[in-house]
Design a protein around this ligand. Structure first.
Ligand code: UT7
Length: 329
């Protein structure tokens, strides 16, 4: 019997129009373009400004792009998995809202909360649904409206993050292409360095939590940086080793776009030249769960059938991981 694998057969993306440039941030906080570029690599980020719009409003156009490309009806989607840390609301799941807005009446859906590694966790989960033979069309979307949880008076965080959505369609493949292997990791000790203090069941929202700015991202940047450099590089190297792959076999590295210095360290550790690394942090910043699919979206025309691609991420939790894909389209 032929083994079924799960392959990405279409990609969609969405970024809001408004560009928050380094020059504009210079007027908001005590920072400067030079510092931001050299310490992070970010030049501008997209921000979803319209009142009343949330993560689902970015995920929907990203998925609609896929449906259009595949000439598919929303009713053909079996499952929607949404990776996000900025759901439209605490419940129901944003995947349900997305399904409703799309008219995906035959799909079940749920959210995955693994911060910047969310897309990898969701992709691996979606692939397992396909590999089981139970489902045919699984949509995985990574989306975050980080501007909804960023304190724009905090120069340490507001310069990094942006808003956006990227989605992929997973379908069956019988040629041995698609998602080949994944290593996912987490360590709850890392929660102390990167989190949101209030708004959950431990510290529900009160006037005090709002006044204390506890509904914004809290990050100990230097500590996260150290763990991220090691975690992302180690797991990527482990993935190559266990699959007998060398740098020469890899066509593309798709790294989480948190900081250009972390991306460079991961590429160096894997022995990959810069030409093989997807980098779009300069134009979108860190869009959390959306960085990986937005890279694939930006580079889709350059990908060739059979290309070996490694996706790698590190984020809040801590969560981290790497996935090997043999490009199928
Ligand atoms: O995606 C999820 C995972 N997150 C990450 O991977 C993020 C990892 N961390 C980072 O990317 C970096 O730690 C940051 C970009 C957040 C910060 O860069 P850093 O090189 O670690 O800076 P730092 O926090 O060590 O600060 C160095 C200096 C400090 O000044 P002093 O104390 O040396 O005088 C900061 O106050 O830079 C100052 N600084 C700034 N200066 C200008 C911090 N933020 C800014 C700023 N503009 N925006």
């Amino acid at each position: 019997m032929t083994q079924i694998s799960a392959a990405i057969t279409a990609v969609g993306g969405f970024v809001p129009e408004y560009r928050l440039t380094n020059a504009i941030l210079e007027t908001m906080v005590d920072t400067n373009d030079e510092w931001i570029r050299t310490r992070t690599g970010v030049e501008e980020r997209r921000i979803l400004k319209e009142p009343g719009k949330g993560s689902s409003d970015m995920a929907v156009p990203a998925i609609q792009e896929i449906l259009k490309k595949k000439n598919m009806a929303a009713t053909e989607i079996d499952c929607i998995i949404c990776a996000t840390v900025t759901p439209d609301m605490v419940f129901p799941a944003t995947a349900n809202v997305i399904g409703d807005k799309l008219g995906a009446t035959n799909a079940f859906g749920f959210d995955v909360g693994a911060a910047c590694s969310g897309f990898l966790y969701a992709l691996t989960t979606g692939a397992a649904f396909i590999e089981s033979g139970r489902y045919k069309n699984v949509v995985v979307v990574g989306v975050d409206k980080m501007s909804s949880i960023i304190d724009y008076t905090d120069r340490a965080t507001c310069i990094i993050f942006g808003d956006g959505a990227g989605a992929v369609l997973l379908q069956t493949n019988e040629e041995g292409l698609g998602i080949r292997d994944s290593i996912l990791k987490s360590d709850g000790q890392g929660r102390h360095y990167l989190h949101m203090k209030a708004g959950g069941s431990v510290r529900p929202a009160t006037v005090e939590t709002v006044m204390a700015k506890e509904h914004f991202v809290y990050q100990e940047g230097q500590a996260v940086f150290k763990f991220a450099v090691k975690g992302m590089a180690d797991v990527s190297a482990e993935l190559l080793e266990r699959n007998g792959l060398t740098a020469d076999d890899i066509a593309w590295l798709v790294p989480h776009q948190a900081n250009l210095r972390i991306i460079d360290a991961t590429a160096n550790r894997m022995g990959l030249p810069k030409e093989k690394v997807m980098i779009n942090i300069q134009k979108y910043g860190n869009t959390t769960a959306a960085t990986l699919p937005l890279c694939i979206w930006d580079w889709q025309d350059q990908l060739k059938k059979g290309d070996n691609i490694v996706l790698a991420a590190f984020g809040g939790g801590f969560t981290w991981g790497a996935t090997w894909i043999k490009w199928a389209i």
